[in-house]
Each structure stands twice: as C-alpha cells, then as structure tokens.
Design a protein around this ligand. Sequence first.
Ligand SMILES: CC1=C(CCC(=O)O)c2cc3nc(cc4[nH]c(cc5[nH]c(cc1n2)c(C)c5CCC(=O)O)c(CCC(=O)O)c4C)C(CCC(=O)O)=C3C
Ligand SMILES: [Fe+2]
Length: 383
Amino acid sequence: MPDQSVQPAADPYDALLLLSFGGPEGPDDVVPFLENVTRGRGIPRERLKEVGRHYFLFGGVSPINAQNRELLHALRKDFAEHGLDLPVYWGNRNWAPYLTDTLRELAADGHRRILTLATSAYASYSGCRQYRENLADALAALEGEGLPLPRVDKLRHYFNHPGFVRPMVDTTLAALAELPEGRRAGAHLAFTTHSIPTAAADTSGPVAAHTEDGEGGAYVAQHLDVARLIVDAVREETGVEHPWRLVYQSRSGAPHIPWLEPDICDHLEELHGEGAPAVVMVPIGFVSDHMEVKYDLDTEATAKAAELGLPVSRASTVGADPRFAACVRDLVLERAATERFAEGRAATAPVRCALGALGPSHDVCPVGCCPARSPRPAAAGSD
Ligand SMILES: CC1=C(CCC(=O)O)c2cc3nc(cc4[nH]c(cc5[nH]c(cc1n2)c(C)c5CCC(=O)O)c(CCC(=O)O)c4C)C(CCC(=O)O)=C3C
Ligand SMILES: [Fe+2]
C-alpha cells in the first residue's frame, strides 16, 4: 500500500479552482454584470430593472466578491496549516476575475490537473451544470489560443457535509437567540433557497432522482435533508422541535412559467395569519451572505415581517467559517484518494463523509444530470 506520508496528499491534483458567480464592484458595473448574467436567458425587462435597483441600493456593490476573497484566504490558511500544498485560484461566471482568464493563468502556471469548488452546495442546472458549461467554454477558449489544456474535475456536492451543516446549526441557534425571549420556543424555522423553475427542479440531479410532478427532484430532496438535520440538531441543543418548512426566494423568469413556491414573503404572511409568534429565516441554499440574502431576506422579507408585526431574525450562511474551509480540504483529499484508487495506486477507497439520509453525492455527474434546456458542451462530467 502506498505510504500516504510521503505522497503529496492532493496527488494527482495540482491546483484548486474556486468557481463562483461574481458580482458588480461599483455602480458602473451593474448593467454590464446583469447583461452577463441574463444573456440568452429570457428574463423580463421589468425584473432586470428591479434587480438593478437592489444593487444600486447597495452602492452598486455586490457583497459576493469580498466574500469569495475571504473564502480564498480561509482556504489558503487552512491548507497551509495542514500541510496541504495546493495553490488556490479564483474565477467567476459573470464578473472579473473571469473564469477564462483564471484558467489561462492556471495553464500558464503549468497546472494540468485542476479540481473545482463551485460556490453552490446542491444539484441544479444553475448551481452545477451551468458551471460545467462555463468550464467547457473556458477550455474551448484556451484551445482556440493553442494553449495546453488542463484536465478539470469538480468536487462533489457538499450540502450534507458536516463542515457545511454544523456552522449553519450554530448560526440558526444564534438567530433564535436574537428573537424576543418569550417568542423563541414557538418560533418557526423558514429554510430558504433560490427558487428555480419547477421543470429544472424536477430534472435536477442524476436521472434516477428526477421527478415528474413538481416534487422538485434532487434539488428539493437535498434541501429537505439539510433542513431536517438542522431541525434535529437544534432540538438536541434546546429541547425544542421547531415547526419548519422549506420555502423559496429570488424568483425570476416570466410569470406564466411555474417556479418553486411558496415565496418567503408569502410564507411569512401565512405564518402570521396562523398566529406564529416569530420566524427564523435560514438561507441553507447559499454559501455566503451575498445580494440574494442581503436584499431578498434582510431587506425585502424583513420589511414584510415588520409590516406584519412578526418578529424575525436571519441565520448567517457558512461564508469563510474555518469548518467550511476544513470541509473543502476533506473533500479535496477524499477526491484525490478516490482518483489514486481508481488509477490502481491505492489499495482502498477513502471514507466519504456525509450526514443525513441521502449519503455522499456522486463525484462525476452522470449522463442526464441537471440537463440544460438546450444541450451545450459541459466539462467535468459524463456528458
Ligand atoms: C439556483 C441558483 C443559485 C444558487 C446556486 C449558486 O450560487 O450558483 C443562484 C445564485 C445567485 N444568483 C445571483 C444573481 C442573479 N441570479 C439571477 C437569475 C437566476 N438565478 C437562478 C438560480 C440560482 N441563482 C435562476 C434560475 C435565474 C434565472 C435566470 C437563469 O435561468 O439563469 C439574476 C438575474 C436577475 C434575476 O432574475 O434575479 C441575478 C442578478 C447571485 C449573485 C448575488 C450577488 O450579486 O451577491 C448568486 C450567488
Ligand atoms: Fe441567481
């Protein structure tokens, strides 16, 4: 059996790529950013104007880039402290540093086997395959420039990894503690994620997980698994089983196309009508407190709750929590070990850490996983 102590732990990988959404860094960036996001995606003009307004309310600056810089820092620190000698790069889908530029830099720096961490924990077209399409586009651009093409893989979904779930248990407990004491025990937990078209939800994840009737495929099943884990952990800590529901936010697209519901604001209204004493919003769908959290929850939903006279608080996302950085290291080491095992260079496959009922997600997206509306080349998967 190979000696792990002398083998570079990330072997065969020589770099990690943090792949994210990107966001504007000033007022002049907002419109070009939105054009990048929505190119060819059929978003109504009215919706774009409205979303532009959200960014302008925050000075035209999305929090997402600063948060990714913090995550980069946390990853580099964690890797250095644990002797993992693996450089970490960062590229985005919609704003500088653009993925294609980063991939060109990776190739120029001599990296040939790259592992990607996307800032989306769940299966869906927007959170997984679209990033794989972006990788294929970037590789095609490099090929067009005659550059050596690195091989690019993608880390498995981490929604049920303890390094993602446990920080959110703590932030949920902290958000509960922010509520007026007399309202705490009866508080509802509203787990939120990005709404997506029900058709995209039903075809999310591997074909075996697809559903036909608006049940939401792997996307919804994965979020429900995380919500249950948090509810159980909170009960263990406080002795209270809080009533809860998975709800949605940030709906886009044309009104006649069905998206996942209910919206968080409608849910708050309904809970208020039922006499709920308070609500904690827990944005399990996101990895950082970016604009969808700062505007849609902290601004819009919080204003709605104030109007209703319903006390609310909001749990933080994992952000740059050291436990999340450690989770990424664990996933990198796991995947590297899996690759060495597959190449016949290790005697055993690694342990794959996961909580909940669904078990560890696949390493390589199988054929038909989270299909696009019209097929496009995608990297780091079977199709
Ligand atoms: C599943 C999902 C995630 C979570 C997974 C992941 O993180 O990837 C996510 C994240 C994000 N979405 C973001 C921003 C936007 N998303 C849009 C539009 C859309 N998102 C969709 C889905 C998702 N989006 C969908 C189906 C659309 C419709 C258009 C289309 O079919 O593609 C639009 C266009 C305007 C609008 O309609 O809202 C904007 C500006 C930001 C940046 C925030 C910041 O700046 O801090 C982030 C992290
Ligand atoms: Fe989005």
